[in-house]
Design a protein around this ligand. Structure first.
Ligand code: GLA
Length: 739
């Protein structure tokens, strides 16, 4: 414990770990709890009334002892001072993190400090503090669990709510965290969108009252909003400067993040599972586990927030983040449902010839009574369609291996078409409200994952598919609809409101089983593209399908937004044909490659439709990607020009951790006339004392005057480079290598 004295400093007046007091009694000595990372402090105090007060979150304060005496001059009897975890009842009146109807009908919860404990979780870098609170009258216990990731400057918060009463209590609000912030102005940047238009950024100056980011779709929850935000204090969000808070919730179901500015201009953030229609009856001795809310604070603008979150995600959250993701060809846009064995083996040949590392067989390979020849039938019947692929998956996977590449396959195990053997056999497994029509979306229904039998089924679908061949390395797990007409045949009448939470818990428990049995399989979270982009899903998945929209111009905005919160190694990014089913934008192949190469690279088209020249280009670009991939996946992201600046330009770069290598992506998506030629993009994150050779990739002959020349880091940072991007869809990729 003492090892952490530099980071976690408790009261300088008293150092009292693990002390227990009777909840609600006055405590003799005040306490200060100062949780720290390398650059940040989160400070709470325990007041005389044994309430835990939230004092501070921001740049590090080593000596937190003044908080013991600090006066706010506010009337304490109004209940105005922010708590560590805000419960409804007593004097509190803000949007509560916790709202309970106790077993005796009492609507008040007044949490008092009981004890706090701290432990090191891993490698001198992760420290967990558990502050135990209990209602002053009734035995309801809350464990507020705050984990500090020291080097990454990230704190996570969650709660366990434990019912120690001898009858059930009803939880109405059960947010993971409550965080009060003090600044003069609050600029909230959140992510909104729709299917195929995910993660567009919107900034709003918050005013008094409550603004919420939320979702109520149950499954496939991140198309319209994302459970994450970037909050700039005092000034509009800037990429490089300013105090900025980043937040993200690790939960794949309904969420709600509330931003309430109160009468003292304090911004009160409550974040967690959405209480919408989700009253939770907590049985005696049952514990409610809220998911983790992740926070970081940067003094260097949005860029600092993204880099902190990326480091934390790669270090502690994203499944298997250390493994470099393979490049791949996915069959969907190249073949859709129309293929036979030869189509697939030809695609495998082409993928191998172009130097890709994996082939993924998408939808359309299963169903016999109702073959999956369109989205209207067969979903749920996970047997290979005999007359389409007579030699089965095993043959195709072996074929790929013999060509030197890996094999992956698509499944959508949470869903079912009405026209399927599964729906005929198990009508009781379908999510539906008794006596009401069961609406389809994309011609399909949802299976009820609150039901343990369905959980077993979903696990078995995965397991059975894996058993089809020893050579399956990758599963694309899709989920193409959300919850409508909610209802579960296996939940009792008074537990129907548990559906939303139990569904996701059921899903996660299936993933736990899968990960126990298949720790090395790569799993992509696809949900009609970006419908499941959250840190809850990423705990089990190596990557997401960022969007069904593969148009390179749209991807500028989609990936810019997504990579604000989520690191590039998780964002699947594919080159597709133009025009395709989403776009009429005729972007050049080079522009499409240059865009897709800024994430986890793949292709999703029929390679036969490429000319010889285009194939040769693809081959070379894929080789180039292999050269820069580790920088993108492991390095630091610096955004140079935002596509939102309105100039039709976009530039980002990744810098390796040792700053010896970097890659710069520069795009033009509006005609620049004569204005642009003279402008340089100033590079960031480089070592000013190193010299870098700048080499343009993906070109036969570079138009950049400085190609293959060596520049000092100082020059590149202060002057920059000025590639000539002028025409619409001009683009350039550079690798920088220290001499
Ligand atoms: C969803 C996915 C696509 C593709 C299709 C197959 O829309 O997002 O990538 O897999 O399903 O039906």
């Amino acid at each position: 414990m003492i090892k952490f004295k530099f980071y976690i400093i408790f009261s300088l007046l008293i150092f009292s770990l693990g002390e227990t007091v009777h909840a609600g009694s006055e405590i003799n000595e005040l306490k200060v709890i100062n949780l720290q990372t390398e650059e940040l402090s989160m400070i709470m105090t325990v007041g005389k009334d044994s309430t835990v007060y939230f004092q501070y979150f921001g740049r590090k304060i080593d000596d937190a002892s003044p908080y013991l005496d600090k006066q706010t001059y506010r009337r304490i009897d109004y209940g105005t001072d922010p708590h560590g975890y805000l419960a409804a009842g007593g004097r509190s009146y803000r949007e509560p993190a916790l709202r309970v109807t106790h077993s005796d009908g009492d609507l008040n919860t007044e949490l008092a400090y009981v004890t706090h404990q701290q432990k090191e979780l891993t490698d001198n870098n992760v420290v967990q503090t558990i502050i135990t609170l209990q209602d002053k009258k009734l035995p309801l216990v809350v464990e507020l669990i705050i984990t500090a990731y020291v080097k990454e400057n990230v704190f996570t918060q969650r709660v366990n709510i434990i019912n120690k009463q001898n009858k059930s209590v009803v939880l109405h609000n059960f947010y993971s965290s409550y965080l009060p912030i003090r600044a003069k102005k609050y600029y909230l940047n959140s992510f909104h969108g729709a299917w195929a238009q995910e993660m567009f950024i919107e900034e709003s100056l918050l005013n008094h009252g409550i603004k919420s980011i939320e979702n109520k779709m149950g499954v496939r929850t991140t198309h319209t909003e994302n459970p994450s935000f970037i909050l700039s204090l005092d000034m509009p969000l800037n990429e490089n400067v300013g105090d900025v808070i980043g937040g993200a919730l690790a939960w794949s179901g309904n969420y709600k993040l509330n931003f309430e500015i109160d009468e003292f201009d304090i911004l009160n953030i409550t974040a967690g599972i959405n209480p919408y229609a989700s009253e939770y009856r907590l049985a005696p001795n049952e514990t409610f586990h809220a998911p983790e809310m992740i926070y970081t604070y940067s003094t260097s603008g949005a860029g600092g927030v993204s880099r902190n979150l990326h480091d934390w995600a790669r270090g502690y959250q994203v499944y298997d983040a250390q493994t470099i993701r393979p490049t791949l060809l996915n069959s969907w846009e190249g073949a859709y449902f129309t293929f036979n064995e030869q189509t697939i083996t030809d695609m495998i040949d082409d993928a191998a010839n172009m130097g890709l590392e994996m082939f993924v067989l998408d939808d359309g390979w299963f169903g016999n009574k109702y073959p999956r020849s369109s989205s209207t039938q067969g979903l749920g019947d996970w047997q290979v369609t005999q007359d389409k692929l007579p030699r089965g998956i095993d043959y195709l996977a072996d074929y790929a291996i013999n060509k030197g590449i890996k094999f992956g396959i698509w499944i959508e195990p949470e869903m079912v078409n009405p026209k399927s053997e599964l729906a005929e056999d198990h009508p009781e497994w379908i999510v539906k409200a008794d006596g009401r029509p069961v609406p389809t979306t994309r011609g399909q229904w949802l299976l009820d994952l609150t039901n343990p039998e369905v959980q077993d089924f979903v696990f078995e679908v995965f397991d059975d598919v894996m058993k089809q061949s020893d050579n399956i390395s990758y599963i694309k797990w899709d989920a193409n609809r959300h919850v409508q007409s909610v209802g579960s045949a296996q939940l009792t009448a008074d537990a129907q409101s548990h559906f939303w939470i139990k569904y996701i818990q059921g899903l996660y428990s299936v993933y736990e089983r899968i990960r126990d049995k298949y720790p090395n399989i790569l799993i992509q979270a696809c949900s009609s593209g970006g419908g499941r982009i959250d840190y809850g899903a990423l705990k089990y998945h190596q990557e997401v399908w960022t969007s069904d929209n593969t148009d390179a111009r749209s991807r500028i905005f989609i990936q810019y937004g997504t990579n604000m919160i989520y690191p590039a190694l998780v964002t699947g990014s594919h080159v597709s044909a133009v025009p395709n089913h989403q776009t009429g934008n005729i972007t050049p192949l080079k522009f499409r490659f240059d865009m897709a190469m800024s994430g986890r690279f793949g292709m999703e088209l029929q390679p036969k439709d490429l000319s010889e020249k285009e194939r040769a280009f693809a081959k070379e670009a894929i080789e180039n990607y292999n050269r820069i991939r580790d920088i993108i996946m492991e390095g630091d992201l610096y955004r140079i020009i935002s596509p939102y600046e309105g100039k039709g330009l976009y530039a980002i770069m990744y810098v390796s951790k040792n700053k010896k290598r970097a890659v710069v992506f520069d795009y033009c998506f509006e005609y620049q006339g004569r204005t642009r030629n003279s402008q340089s993009i100033k590079l960031k994150g480089l070592n000013p004392e190193l010299d870098y050779k700048v080499t343009e990739l993906n070109v036969e002959k570079s138009g950049f005057w400085g190609n293959k020349k060596v520049f000092s880091g100082e020059y590149l940072i202060n002057e920059g480079i000025n590639p000539q991007l002028q025409k619409i869809y001009d683009s350039a990729v550079f690798i920088l290598e220290a001499e």
